[in-house]
Design a binder for this molecule. Structure first.
Ligand code: NAG
Ligand code: NAG
Length: 502
């Protein structure tokens, strides 16, 4: 199992790449042993090839004479019904590169889609996890404006989040997707680096699109973005309070099947697997005996550890691998399914689509290699994995910034139970009332689509019939969730028709 095979979203366990040898999981990536070839492999993974020289000649690099943000308007052919009064000509679809401040040579790639609803809809930032997986996975397979048909045509997505928001998909950290650098020092290995880069990107984005400064702003994403999102929310809030740059109208952040509090979430694996019938009672008890040392490792990792963090990553993930060994060939993002394909799902149409010459020309990515999930980015973030990102959240929600944690019920890797537990035990002024609040049915179109627990700025939603990628499995429910949450009416069914007909 190598990092590449791990995931679209939350890569898991590249334990084999950390240990000297692993007979059980041969590492197909096989970094060569000689240091020169090792360095070459690293550079290849950092998305530096092919044709870096030619590209340097074509695209403006960090250069005072050139704007740091280079954006192109997209005119992609999209089939089907746009589902809106706005015509495709009026609709702003963009792709761009931002030459990151505070880096040596990093360029961050993003898509920006204006809303099919109204330009006053909220502005939403989406971050896919990994670490090291491209946000294009979500764009094309979850909540983007369009999906890719088998013949590689684009087709409007009836439930794209651009129906209720202006939405940005960013490839980050550097080395992910189409984002790259020619300097290894631009790699990010913790949330401080990640959140500073995203803050700089947002500042540049708003400089280029000042009319969106007044819109409500929400940070969303999935999986390992359970680390990124609280860090970026905290960074934006701090920038606002310190009057550092343009004031960003941050109203909330939402995490789907995320990894946020590893100590609690690793403690939930065995219970979840047992409750879902993946393992028996004896196995549950045996696996639970590994947990105390994992918990201790995470504690030692704390907020400033390094070696202890890598060690606890290996230790704690043995809980997860033990479950997988017993559960057989399950898709650990959706235990109802088998793990088929490199990423447990078949996302090959995305690579085919993005490798077409005319698409590359339209996106302005030239012959830059597209890295759907970067093993290098993943590996340098290993010591970030066990950090507890819950710690900064209470201060944000006390200041009235909303938080939604949602989780598809059939995901194992970032399962709903672990998420439910950390949200429930989080200390903040509303802790007592929140924890006593019952789970109530979440109704969409008259049907129970999940269970919701909400009090004040804090909400938890368990989504039925969904795995790790909720907007892929339950597109309509996910869009309804976004609309209702941003409007502040998550618990009220969006059923205006019924009321006004009387
Ligand atoms: C490609 O697939 C889409 C969706 O299935 C279909 O509408 C379209 O006609 C197809 N295009 C071609 C050229 O076959
Ligand atoms: C980034 O650099 C540009 C100059 O190239 C400067 O105008 C801008 O203020 C910088 N932004 C930040 C966030 O530092």
């Amino acid at each position: 199992m190598n990092a590449r095979s791990l995931t679209p979203v939350l890569l898991f366990l590249s334990i084999s790449s950390l240990l000297p040898s692993s007979s059980q999981n041969p590492n197909p990536k096989n970094y060569p042993r000689s240091s020169r070839r090792f360095a070459e492999a690293l550079i290849r993974d950092l998305n530096l090839i092919p044709g870096i020289q030619e590209i340097d000649g074509q695209i403006p690099e960090n250069d005072q004479r050139n704007p740091r943000l280079v954006e192109k308007k997209l005119n992609l052919d999209i089939l089907g019904d746009i589902g809106s009064g706005i015509s495709i000509q009026e609709l702003g679809h963009h792709a761009g590169y931002y030459s990151l401040n505070h880096t040596h040579a990093a360029r961050m790639f993003y898509f920006f889609f204006e809303s099919r609803g109204s330009s006053s809809d909220p502005l939403v930032l989406w971050l896919t996890g990994g670490p090291g997986c491209s946000s294009e996975l979500a764009l094309f397979y979850e909540n983007g404006p369009f999906t890719i048909a088998d013949n590689l045509s684009l087709v409007w997505n009836d439930y794209g989040w651009d129906k209720a928001s202006n939405i940005i998909y960013v490839d980050q950290p550097t080395g992910t997707g189409f984002s790259y650098s020619k300097d290894l020092r631009d790699l990010r290995f913790n949330e401080k680096g990640v959140s500073n880069d995203l803050y700089d990107f947002l500042q540049a984005f708003f400089e280029a699109h000042p009319k969106f400064l007044k819109n409500e702003f929400y940070i969303t994403g999935e999986s390992y973005a359970g680390h990124y999102i609280p860090a970026v929310a905290e960074r934006v809030h701090r920038g606002n309070k310190g009057k550092e740059g343009l004031k960003i109208n941050l109203k909330g952040f939402a995490i789907g099947n995320g990894l946020t509090n590893p100590s609690i979430q690793y403690g939930a694996y065995a219970d979840f697997a047992y409750s879902m019938g993946l393992i028996g009672e004896a196995a549950h008890d045996k696996i639970s005996k590994i947990y105390p040392i994992c918990e201790l490792g995470i504690k030692l990792c704390g907020s400033s550890g390094v070696i202890t963090c890598a060690a606890s990553y290996v230790l704690c993930n043995s809980i997860f691998t033990s479950i997988l060994l017993l559960a057989g060939n399950i898709n650990y993002y959706d235990i109802r399914k088998k793990c088929e394909g490199e990423l447990c799902y078949d996302f090959s149409n995305m690579d085919k689509f993005l490798n077409q010459k005319d698409v590359r020309a339209a996106l302005g990515v030239s012959d830059r290699k597209f890295v759907s999930c970067s093993p290098l980015v993943y590996e340098v973030m290993i010591t970030d994995w066990m950090k507890n990102l819950e710690v900064g959240i209470p201060a944000l929600i006390e200041d009235g910034i909303k938080l939604l944690i949602y989780a598809g019920e059939y995901d194992l890797i970032c399962n709903w139970l672990g998420n439910f537990r950390w949200v429930d035990s989080m200390e903040w002024s509303g802790h007592q009332v929140y924890s006593e609040t019952p789970m109530l049915p979440f109704i969409v179109d008259g049907e129970e689509a999940g269970q919701l627990k909400t009090y004040g700025p804090l909400s938890f939603l368990k989504v039925y019939n969904a795995g790790h990628m909720v907007p892929m499995d339950q597109p309509k429910v996910a869009l309804d969730m976004l609309k209702r949450w941003t409007k502040g009416s998550l618990s009220e069914e969006d059923n205006v028709g019924l009321v006004s007909v009387i």
